[in-house]
Design a protein around this ligand. Sequence first.
Ligand code: GDP
Ligand code: K
Ligand code: MG
Length: 303
Amino acid sequence: APVAVEGQRCGLVAIVGKPNVGKSTLLNALVGQKISITSRKAQTTRHRITGIRTQGANQFVFVDTPGFQTIHGTALNKSLNKTVVGAVGDVDLVLFVVEAGSFTTADAKVLALLKPGIPVLLVANKLDNVHRRGDIAPWLGEMQERHAFTEFFPMSAKQPKDIERLLGVCEKYLPEQAWWHGEDELTDRSEKFLASEMVREKLFRLTGDELPYTSTVVIDKFDEEPGRTSKRMLRIAATIVVEREGHKAMVIGDKGEKLKRIGTETRMELEKLLDAKVFIELWVKVRSGWADDEARVRSFGYE
Ligand code: GDP
Ligand code: K
Ligand code: MG
């Protein structure tokens, strides 16, 4: 374990909750950079991803997780749940995220996974969606009966002031020890991984609800080329894997419009995130049944 460096504090904060409560949005806001992809669809986040924020003497290491899937069955869903359970083990603080004013059986299932002895903060997110603020106090009272939360935090992940306040609360839970990461590090994930995630986000956002979540992205090439200026130049090729021919047509779109837009939006996002000039080439392939096939789920990078 790292030894204490005078004044430094560093700790692991897990962000957990059912799908779509805003965990990834919260992680990005806490880190101050978009590293975890978000969308209004469940199952957007498929991997454990770490986001790092270093501020003053403090280093917060946040862990975003897939929302715990209550519908079992596919190999992909089982793999997602293992990722969640693994992430809540050895942490200094858990941010248990729910939608303010609501608590469903799906929330209860996630709450039941939490290990005793670890402080849990109840993050009541999307407060901006609650029109009757007076209902929140009695709801918090009910929540207090359900679990010994160390604190209650009604907020909106889209409100910068709330994010600063939340960082201030998390700070109290960081143990005194040396930082684990460099001061400028934002995530433990590789640039190649971030690239595949950004393609997947655009795919989720630009295709309608008709495209099932059982599509994935594989990076075939991720090359850095010597640029003529000081700016880095990245050449990326990626394949979008879908389950059916019909899905392939949806991703490509009329005269290739849709695929082109996915490529353009990914490129713009990556140029910002990686501070580089990016060239990206996209392909679409059909591999039926991949999400039901355990070996293939592993080969596509899921644990
Ligand atoms: P996750 O599945 O828990 O990671 O949720 P995401 O971060 O992907 O967010 C799911 C949806 O909720 C997205 O459409 C977000 O824009 C939206 N969202 C997240 N936080 C807030 C919030 O504080 N207020 C509102 N109104 N929407 C939010
Ligand atoms: K989501
Ligand atoms: Mg997410």
